[in-house]
Write a protein that binds this ligand. Structure first.
Ligand SMILES: [Cu+2]
Length: 124
């Protein structure tokens, strides 16, 4: 009896964990390069689990440099419609970044991570 109860609780926890990680499907678009002193456009396309655009969400992003203690900054993302949210990033250093994405959609909170890398624009 006790074993069965424990098993049910474990199954419930596994189900809850897998549900919350599948709430949103996010596509992050970043430029390949940046010019120092100029802001770069960052775009998130957010779809729900049915593939429909998520509208009216509060979205913010924290950029972290992988393996470094500096270079972190946060951005508020502005909704432009159709599930697209944009922000301006001021990169100071080229390298590998992790974008930690916070979404609050009608009180449903979600946190996700996307990785990307960016280099200095040496063309200008
Ligand atoms: Cu760095």
């Amino acid at each position: 009896m006790k074993k069965a109860t424990g098993l049910i609780i474990i199954l419930l926890l596994v189900m809850m964990a897998s549900c919350s990680s599948n709430n949103f499907d996010i596509k992050l678009t970043t430029p390949k390069s940046f010019s120092p002193g100029q802001s770069s456009a960052i775009q998130l396309k957010i779809l729900d689990r049915d593939g429909q655009p998520v509208t009216g969400a509060k979205v913010s992003t924290i950029m972290k440099m992988q393996g470094m203690s500096h270079g972190d900054f946060s951005m508020k993302m502005q909704e432009t419609g159709n599930g697209v949210y944009v922000g301006k990033a001021n990169f100071e250093m080229e390298g590998d970044y992790t974008a930690i994405i916070y979404i609050d959609h009608n009180g449903e909170k979600w946190k996700g991570e996307k990785r990307f890398s960016i280099v200095y624009n040496k063309g200008q």
